[in-house]
Design a protein around this ligand. Structure first.
Ligand SMILES: Cc1cc2nc3c(=O)[nH]c(=O)nc-3n(C[C@H](O)[C@H](O)[C@H](O)COP(=O)(O)O)c2cc1C
Length: 182
């Protein structure tokens, strides 16, 4: 069993990173192999909109860090996706990644695989940004057949950073444990 995490924040020790670490602690308890991609540190070129992938099932861009990401996505059994909210949506780094997995859209090789999605934001209001979680959950299922089995929408992370929220970290670990249950 291999689980791969994608962190859409450029901050390696930020809220998303801490949340993902806790989720992966839960995953690791089962003996699963884990790996994290910090998307902010990657060279990911933007989709050119050429539609080459529609015919070829592979991207025409071959000289960036998506090559390693494609290989890891293919060899993983489950996924952890996380992004902060930047101006009411996921970060640009995270969206670049989403656009570049278009080559899998038709063949749907990840169909039936499970995932969790985590979204963090500053506004101290837990009633907003549900539409961002719904967008990701719906898109990744409709376009790639990946089922988001649980999600975390964490508000007020400047007032109370994730690392100072033991109840949340414990919940994140539980979510990680559940992700790798058969
Ligand atoms: C460019 C930028 C835009 C942001 N936009 C929003 C926003 O629209 N709403 C919000 O609640 N927080 C916003 N934030 C705050 C981040 O969502 C918050 O600090 C985030 O959880 C940081 O995650 P990280 O610690 O993993 O980097 C923004 C932060 C930055 C840097």
């Amino acid at each position: 069993m291999k689980v791969i995490a994608f962190v859409g924040s450029p901050r390696r020790n930020g809220n998303c990173a801490n949340l993902v670490s806790a989720i992966l602690e839960g995953v690791e308890g089962s003996g699963a192999e884990i790996k994290i991609h910090f998307l902010g540190a990657k060279n990911i070129k933007g989709c050119t909109g050429c539609y080459h992938c529609e015919k070829a099932n592979e991207c025409i861009i071959t000289d960036d860090d998506m090559q390693e990401i494609y290989a890891d996505m293919e060899s993983s059994d489950a996924y952890v996706f996380a992004s902060p909210v930047y101006f009411d949506h996921v970060t640009a780094q995270f969206k670049l990644f989403v656009d570049r997995i278009f080559p899998y859209y038709h063949a749907k090789p990840f169909k039936g695989r499970k995932a969790v999605f985590a979204l963090t934001y500053e506004e101290d209001n837990d009633e907003i940004y549900g539409e961002v979680v719904d967008w990701f959950t719906g898109m990744i299922d409709a376009c790639h057949g990946i089922k988001v089995v649980d999600s975390l929408k964490v508000h007020g992370v400047v007032k109370q950073p994730v690392k100072d929220n033991p109840a949340l970290l414990s919940r994140a670990e539980d979510i990680g444990r559940a992700l790798v249950q058969p």
